[in-house]
Design a protein around this ligand. Structure first.
Ligand code: FNR
Length: 390
């Protein structure tokens, strides 16, 4: 098929097609502090750069004269049907990119047939996001708070609102050391951004000593101070261990994925402890600098998990060929983080739709050119390591 033709617009598009151009357009569209928060990375940015560079170390071994049949990129993951193996990664405070925030992204995801994973730190409550695209499948990323009642409430609310899987954030006990954010002097959560799931929960009001919730809190210094101090205290539960997966299992029947894994032995341990999926990720290089490229952790984790559960991947996926490489290395699906936030920044819902449409077209293209018609026939045989430079 002519996939490029599907996104081609006579006279060009108001949205960029290249990843660098998209990032630049987002930079122009946003305030410095918002862009720096979204684009930011830990330390010198070595992990974030390594995430991107890792893809350039693989070459695709394409085929010729392959019998042409229509490409079908659909997959089913943890019971959720998806038009392609790409999900919107959970990202808090999306209202820094656009006031439409997670609701705009939810509608774009629904339009594209992909799954949005909503962050606990979303700038819109999980119920409101669910209402924005009621028919669309959605998953909930769970930041386990250090209060059992609040933790159980989040899970119960996600279930009630129709989220069909829980993705436990495993790699964020503390905010990463992010110099750009520090230089901009703006930490969104300390200003009350990203607290909507908390402020819409009566248990949180109780913990904070607030008589009611509501997100007008940013204009009410006394309530803001209480809410932020409480959030700082309970945002994460540092004592979590793999054994806590059985606690989570006792609260919900939904499938549980664990996000942020990079060590194979930990992946195996988490599967033993009851994880229904593993997400290989280093948080887009936002947490720990001098880290290993997430892509380099993928194949070893896949080998160790040995098909017992699906392995998802994120951190550095930017193009359709990146999606193909990750799948060839054993991922069942990938998530994109910054790219959807950049799309949101440049065009709201239409911008996210554009990003997804381009990824879908380029992935279809890459799949067909490498001689595949479906995702599940990709394997390491489609890849060759490129010689190291210099
Ligand atoms: C994130 N990420 C993230 N992850 C998570 O589990 N919960 C969260 O609230 C957030 N918040 C968040 C905010 C912003 C602005 C970004 C950019 C990222 C991490 C995200 O889910 C994902 O792991 C990375 O973004 C993937 O890397 P790329 O695609 O951005 O390179």
């Amino acid at each position: 098929g002519n996939y490029q033709g599907q996104v081609f617009k006579e006279g060009g598009s108001r949205f960029p097609f290249g990843v660098t151009e998209l990032e630049e357009a987002a930079r122009r569209a946003l305030s410095t502090r918002s862009f720096d928060y979204i684009a930011g990375a830990a330390g010198r940015g070595l992990t974030a750069a390594a995430n991107l560079d890792a893809f350039a170390r693989w070459g695709l071994r394409y085929r010729v004269l392959r019998e042409g049949t229509a490409v079908d990129t659909s997959v089913r993951l943890l019971g959720t049907p998806m038009s392609m193996p790409v999900l919107l990664a959970p990202a808090g405070v999306a209202d820094l990119a656009d006031p439409g925030a997670e609701c705009a992204a939810a509608r774009a995801a629904a339009e594209a047939g992909v799954t949005q994973v909503l962050s606990t730190s979303a700038s819109t409550s999980l119920e409101q996001v669910a209402q924005a695209a009621p028919e669309a499948p959605k998953w909930f990323q769970f930041a386990w708070p250090d209060d059992e009642k609040l933790a159980r409430s989040f899970i119960a609310r996600a279930e009630a609102a129709g989220y069909s899987a829980i993705m436990l954030m495993g790699d964020c006990y503390t905010a990463g050391w992010r110099p750009r954010e520090l230089a901009a002097g703006f930490s969104p959560f300390q200003h009350g951004y990203g607290l909507d799931n908390y402020l819409s929960d009566p248990r949180f009001w109780e913990l904070a000593g607030l008589s009611h919730g509501g997100t007008d809190i940013r204009n009410d210094p006394a309530r803001l101070e209480k809410a932020v101090a409480t959030w700082n205290r309970i945002f994460t539960k540092p004592s979590l261990t793999p054994a806590d997966l059985s606690v989570l299992r006792s609260w919900t029947k939904l499938p549980i994925a664990v996000k942020g894994v990079c060590r194979p032995e930990e992946a195996a341990q988490l599967v033993d402890a009851g994880a229904d999926a593993i997400v290989v990720s280093n948080h887009g290089g936002r947490q720990l600098d001098s880290g290993v490229a997430a892509l380099d952790c993928l194949a070893p984790v896949v080998a160790e998990v040995a098909g017992r559960v699906p392995v998802l991947f994120d951190s550095g996926v930017r193009t359709g060929t990146d999606v193909l490489i990750a799948l060839a290395l054993g991922a069942s699906a990938v998530m994109i983080g910054r790219p959807w936030l950049y799309g949101l920044a440049v065009g709201g819902q239409a911008g996210v739709e554009h990003v997804l449409r381009c990824l879908q077209a380029e992935f279809n293209d890459a799949l067909e050119l490498t001689g595949h018609h479906r995702c599940d026939t990709l394997s390491a045989a489609d890849l060759t390591p490129l010689p190291a430079h210099g």
